[in-house]
Design a protein around this ligand. Structure first.
Ligand code: HEM
Length: 179
């Protein structure tokens, strides 16, 4: 997983819980990278999951809610990092429709080793409902949910999101109905 996701996660933790909490988390959780990330590096996504499990074990924060909340925060970070990839769209449904074929496709060109999910988007005939299918080797469907909400708010749109969990408890497969 790209370092940008990790550096974003550490700033999210600092903003949410404070610098002292972040330092304690990095001291406690044993990861191969020792918690040192560069935006362009690549790291094991399990490190992210270890931090989240750690926070869950010492607080009342539920894992899916935390991952979704981070996804929401991450959208702003990604849109700041890759402004050109976002600015070409007029609204959130258009942006989300183009995640796989345009946004993530370009991310793959920039980072040859990017690990991205499979996403398939289809509009209905009247173009007011978008169905997005998410499938990944990694368990990040709640991250996708947060990113979707972040995208909707970025464009100030009023769209409802319904997530159907198809993952049998693995959090790696879901369908989103956006309307
Ligand atoms: C609603 C919008 C988006 C959704 C639902 C989405 C979904 C995801 C998810 C779920 C992942 C985690 C990897 C996995 O599940 O296998 C991911 C990774 C990533 N996405 Fe997106 N994404 C969105 C928008 C964007 C945008 C706007 C950008 C950049 C302009 C972007 C760039 C990336 C990058 C760099 C990664 C990390 C790849 C890696 O770790 O190797 N995404 N995306």
């Amino acid at each position: 997983m790209k370092g940008l996701i990790f550096t974003s996660f550490l700033s999210y933790i600092e903003e949410q819980f404070g610098l002292k909490f972040l330092d304690q988390m990095l001291d406690t959780v044993d990861v191969k990278s020792s918690g040192i990330y560069t935006t362009v590096g690549t790291y094991d996504h399990q490190e992210l999951l270890k931090y989240i499990v750690h926070i869950n074990s010492i607080s009342k924060h539920e894992i899916p809610i935390m991952v979704e909340d981070f996804g929401y925060y991450l959208f702003t970070k990604l849109s700041n990092e890759y402004p050109k990839l976002i600015k070409q769209f007029d609204n959130s449904l258009d942006c989300i429709y183009h995640i796989d074929q345009t946004i993530h496709r370009n991310v793959r060109k920039i980072h040859l080793n990017a690990e991205l999910p499979n996403m398939d988007a289809k509009f209905n005939d009247t173009k007011d409902q978008l169905i997005l299918s998410y499938h990944s080797k990694r368990p990040f469907m709640y991250l996708a949910k947060g990113l979707i909400h972040g995208c909707i708010d970025y464009y100030n749109d009023d769209i409802s999101v319904k997530m159907i969990d198809l993952s049998n408890g693995n959090s790696n497969k879901a369908k989103f109905i956006l309307q």
